[in-house]
Design a protein around this ligand. Structure first.
Ligand SMILES: [Fe+2]
Length: 261
C-alpha cells in the first residue's frame, strides 16, 4: 500500500535569539535536537507540519531564524499559527514557506486552520474560517484529508489547559463529520501526547519540540519529558499509522518548578 509520510513538530516557542531560554531549555537547541532525531529515525525527507506557536514571542527574529534553520536542513514544511504567533510576521519572515491552507501530500489533502485569537490563549473558530474550511474540504473532495489546527477541541484532563481548548468546537465538528473524506484531526498547544477521539473523529495531539506539560495536572506544571515529535504514515486507502518519539540524551533539562510560560 502506497503511503505519504509526514512529521508533526509543534510548539517550537522560538525566542528572539539562539540563546533565548524557555523554562530551562533553549528552544532553538531542542528544535535542532528534534530535527537530528528525525534524521536518525530515517524520516529526514518527510514533509514537516509545524502546528503553531512556532515563536514564543511573536517576533520577526524567531521566524527569520526558523526559516534559515529549515533551509539549512533542506526541509519542506507547512505551518499554521498558534496563540503565541503573529501571522503577519510569519507571512513576512518565513520567506521560503508561504502560507498553504490547503496542500497535497501524495494522495492526501492537508487542511490547516487558524484557531488562534489575539490577546488570549483560548482557541476559537471564526465564522469566516469555518466558511473557508467548507470551501477547502470541497476543493479536496475525493482525497483522504488530514485537518490540523493549533488548539485542541476537547478536554484532556488538565484543568488549566482545558480552559484554553477551542471554545466553539461544535460547528467545526459538524462540518468535518459531514465529509467522509476527513480521516483525522491533529493539534498542538497542549504540549503532551493524546491519541483518541473527538466524538467519532480520530484526534491526535503531540508533545512540544521544547518543554512538555504534565498530564492530568489541575494547575500549570511542566513535566521532565524531553523534546518530542510525531510521525504519520498516511495510507492511500485512508488508513493512518502514527506514533510519538522523544529525543534521547538531550543535554538540557526543563525547570519543572517553573510557575508559568
Ligand atoms: Fe499554544
Amino acid at each position: 500500500m502506497a503511503m505519504s509520510k509526514l512529521i508533526q513538530i509543534t510548539d517550537l516557542h522560538l525566542g528572539e535569539t539562539p540563546q533565548s531560554v524557555l523554562a530551562g531549555i533553549r528552544p532553538l537547541d531542542s528544535l535542532k535536537a528534534v530535527l537530528n532525531a528525525i534524521n536518525d529515525f530515517g524520516r529526514g525527507d518527510d514533509l514537516l507540519l509545524l502546528s503553531g506557536d512556532l515563536s514564543g514571542t511573536s517576533s520577526a527574529e524567531s521566524y527569520t531564524m526558523l526559516n534559515q534553520l529549515l533551509q539549512d536542513y533542506g526541509k519542506q514544511a507547512v505551518w499554521l499559527p498558534g496563540n503565541h504567533d503573529n501571522v503577519e510576521l510569519m507571512k513576512k519572515h518565513l520567506v521560503s514557506y508561504p502560507p498553504c491552507p490547503v496542500s497535497e501530500l501524495g494522495n492526501w489533502g492537508i487542511l490547516t486552520l487558524d484557531s488562534s485569537q489575539a490577546g488570549t490563549p483560548v482557541g476559537h473558530i471564526r465564522d469566516e474560517e469555518l466558511r473557508l474550511v467548507d470551501d477547502r474540504l470541497n476543493q479536496l473532495a475525493g482525497k483522504p484529508i488530514l485537518v490540523t489546527m493549533h488548539h485542541c477541541p476537547i478536554a484532556l484532563g488538565c484543568q488549566w489547559l482545558d480552559k484554553q481548548r477551542v471554545n466553539n468546537p461544535d460547528g467545526l465538528y459538524d462540518l468535518l463529520a459531514s465529509h467522509d473524506d476527513v480521516k483525522l484531526v491533529v493539534t498542538g498547544h497542549v504540549h503532551q501526547q493524546f491519541d483518541g477521539l473527538w466524538r467519532n473523529l480520530p484526534l491526535y495531539t503531540t508533545p512540544s519540540s521544547c518543554i512538555q506539560f504534565k498530564q492530568h495536572s489541575s494547575d500549570f506544571a511542566i513535566s521532565d519529558q524531553s523534546p518530542g515529535y510525531r510521525w504519520f504514515d498516511l495510507g492511500d486507502n485512508g488508513v493512518v499509522k502514527t506514533g510519538v518519539e522523544f529525543v534521547a540524551n538531550f543535554d538540557q533539562y526543563p525547570d519543572t518548578d517553573n510557575a508559568g510560560y
